[in-house]
Design a binder for this molecule. Structure first.
Ligand code: IVH
Length: 705
């Protein structure tokens, strides 16, 4: 083959690989298998090694490589990297809006709202579409040259595509997603465990006393290197400062871009710039939104605060930017931050405190959950004394000891959790956590079923917390919804021997309730007792799926209960279902199928179902539910505009047919149903994300297919 042809072949491979990279990391599309990708990469590697005259520092093969450095070069930023002014409440945002409007002499303004990614800032320069330099923020005026490290990050394009400017500087945030971070920490803790076992083994075989110190020393430096990382941000900033790019490439970092420094007059506004950057190959968040007023900005901040915990990466707020570049110019900068942008930080949801002890709770299934007992600490509006620790392996992966300083976090739910340990504050008084062997309530020996992370107490018939929690689950909102009975009443009724399982609820008489402690005066207590009896009687008409959910079969949540009720229609069919018919049911796999089979094998459960059935509970699908279908199963819809049906009616149709209705468009949306006067922003976003747009008629035809 001629050299020209070879050069062309190499170039084509590079283009194809870059293209696959762009599709995979930026557009979330995998066009070829991992195997095919690796094959192409090794073919390119081979050719490049054989013909070094065609070397290209931006070839896809050059991501993992680079020399180990002694230190980083310091380089001046072409434009200083400023920080952002922080605000914490809507009033501050109103003031920001007033300041902006006054200066640009307008009554209204367009803002671009973005997420505030919680990682480490990076500035990357491209010349003729090739990545030439990546700098950290440093002191804002100059930063470290970390080009080789940044080139290892797969979502950073080495070569741009499309119609890009000749010289371009982009800024973004380097971060690690939550899942990868957890995996890295749990891998480390597993490696620590193996090392510790090795240490114990070696110590057992020691003959000479001096060897003990030697062995301990050998292991302690290795063990220290495997301490878990404290949080994703520190992990990201530590990673890009590693001197060996090969190590950086193993760290699963990502980069998302939020700022483009362009030649004058290239674009009119920030939104245009950021959307174009996506077309040049940069990863841009799907949450970038134009807001036409400060009120719309508030809507965005509220929406994001709600979804914050379900995002795959950490954010600590929202950034609001004046959209128009000419207005940005009028507003200018202070010495520290631009006047055209501001960050709205979410109230701190993390706090630091001391782990005083661990207590173990017993759930309704007998699962034992460790709970952290903390030095009380104030966090987002309340004093926290306890936090969840999930299970023993979670404690291990944190590397936790009693007495440690821990970081706790309030997520979307009310129960705070321990997220990390501040190892720099660990002292000699910290104690190892002993493994629990017996049920903290009934003292039965605990067991650990295969493939499960939790320990279990199997004494389901007479372990107090298990019984009480089962009853509380049965009366909870998503199950039989008997809200007139509180937790205290359940405990009292159980302790006084009036109820021992959920079937007993339906045998309660007024006289069992009236004399309970704390029911108040005679007339009050009568009213309260009657209320409870009414609530219990009303629950008899609750639907079959709620009843299945209420039974508390392990792994059978609300959705699975619904699927089971639709497929089997009554309790006799469900009880007689075999493994095959169970796993044929949508969303039901082996684990759930086995759990259902086990449940119906237990004679206590059969007796309970008979007792409930005799009390008049509804163990069959009602006719109304039979009209339901799962034709829209797994499909997510967004509706915009007005239709012949009302919004509620459309929402009902979607739900009845097992679809999901969402208020905003994301890449998970399947269809946007476009009505009269549908919002142009929704349509634009749907087009941007490739979401199908359909009419009401087309939507209804989906139900007839
Ligand atoms: S814009 C000149 N947008 O926040 C304006 N910054 O406190 C430059 N950050 O150092 C910043 N998400 O690392 C901007 N969507 C976003 C951001 C963002 C995170 C970080 C960035 C910066 C820091 C400022």
């Amino acid at each position: 083959m001629s050299l020209d042809l070879l050069k062309q072949k190499i170039e084509n491979l590079r283009i194809d690989l870059n293209n696959h990279n762009y599709n995979y990391y930026i557009l979330d599309k995998q066009l070829i298998s991992d195997f095919q990708y690796d094959e192409m990469m090794s073919r390119l590697n081979e050719l490049e090694n054989k013909y070094p005259q065609f070397y290209d520092p931006n070839s896809p093969t050059q991501r993992v490589g680079g020399k180990v450095l002694d230190n980083f070069k310091t380089v001046n930023h072409s434009v200083p990297m400023l920080s952002l002014e922080n605000t914490y409440n809507e009033n501050d945002l109103l003031n920001f809006n007033d300041r902006v409007l006054k200066k640009i002499k307008k009554k209204k303004n367009n803002y671009v709202c973005e997420l505030k990614y919680d990682g480490v800032a990076i500035s990357i320069t491209y010349i003729n579409g090739l990545l030439v330099q990546a700098l950290t923020r440093g002191d804002g005026l100059s930063g470290d040259d970390v080009t080789e490290n940044i080139k290892t990050i797969k979502s950073v394009p080495l070569k741009l595509i499309g119609n890009f400017p000749k010289k371009l500087e982009v800024r973004g945030e380097i971060f690690i997603d939550k899942k990868s971070f957890e995996k890295i920490n749990s891998d480390r803790s597993r490696q620590r465990e193996i090392l510790k076992q090795g240490l114990e083994k070696e110590l057992l075989n020691v003959v000479n006393k001096d060897d003990i110190t030697k062995i301990n020393k050998k292991y302690s430096s290795k063990l220290n290197k495997l301490e878990p990382f404290s949080n994703p941000r520190n992990f990201a900033s530590g990673s890009i400062k590693l001197l060996d790019p090969v190590k950086v490439s193993a760290r699963n970092l990502s980069c998302i871009f939020y700022y483009v420094n362009l030649p004058d007059n290239y674009f009119k506004n920030h939104y245009e710039a950021i959307v174009s950057a996506r077309n040049w190959g940069f990863q841009i968040s799907q949450f970038v939104q134009i807001s036409n007023s400060i009120e719309e900005v508030f809507e965005f901040t509220k929406k994001i605060e709600k979804v914050r915990n379900s995002l795959p990466f950490e954010i600590d707020g929202v950034v609001i930017k004046v959209n128009s570049f000419s207005d940005q110019l009028i507003l200018g900068n202070t010495s520290k931050s631009p006047r055209w942008a501001i960050s709205y930080k979410f109230k701190s949801t993390q706090a630091e405190t001391i782990l005083k002890d661990i207590i173990y709770q017993v759930g309704r299934t007998g699962a034992i959950t460790p709970v952290a007992f903390l030095e009380p600490v104030f966090l987002s509006g309340s004093t926290i004394r306890r936090a969840s620790l999930h299970n023993d392996s979670f404690i291990k992966s944190l590397g936790l000891k009693i007495g440690d300083t821990v970081i706790i976090e309030k997520g979307g739910d009310v129960i705070p959790k321990v997220v990390s340990v501040d190892f720099s504050k660990r002292d000699l008084l910290c104690r190892d956590i002993k493994r629990i062997e017996f049920c903290p309530s009934c003292k039965t020996k605990l067991i650990k079923p295969k493939n499960e992370v939790n320990l279990y107490c199997v004494n389901s018939m007479s372990c107090r917390p298990q019984i009480i929690n089962k009853i509380e689950h049965f009366i909870s909102r998503d199950a039989l919804d008997i809200s007139s009975i509180g937790s205290k009443t359940v405990e009292m009724l159980y302790d006084e021997g009036k109820i021992n399982n959920v079937g007993d609820l339906y045998k309660l008489k007024l006289s069992d309730l009236i004399n309970l402690n704390g029911f108040g005066s005679e007339s009050n207590s009568y009213k309260k007792a009657q209320n409870i009896i009414d609530g219990i009687n009303n629950s008899k008409s609750k639907s079959f799926d709620k009843l299945i959910f209420g039974l508390g079969i392990r792994y059978v949540g609300k959705t699975v209960a619904k699927k089971l009720s639709l497929k089997f229609e009554n309790i006799v069919n469900l009880k007689n279902a075999n493994f095959n018919s169970l796993i044929e049911t949508d969303e039901i796999g082996e684990k759930i199928a086995n759990s259902v089979l086990n449940f119906f094998r237990d004679e206590h459960n059969i007796r309970l179902i008979n007792s409930l059935s005799n009390s008049g509970l509804n163990f069959a699908l009602d006719n109304d539910s039979k009209n339901k279908s799962n034709k829209l199963n797994n499909l997510t819809f967004v509706i915009s505009g007005t239709f012949t049906f009302s919004r509620e009616q459309l929402a009902n149709i979607i739900e009845q047919n097992d679809g999901k209705l969402s208020s905003s468009i994301s890449k998970n949306t399947d269809y946007l149903i476009e009505g009269n006067k549908a919002g142009p922003k929704k349509i634009e976003k749907a087009n941007l994300l490739g979401v199908k747009i359909i009419t009401e008629t087309k939507f209804l035809s989906l139900l007839n297919d």
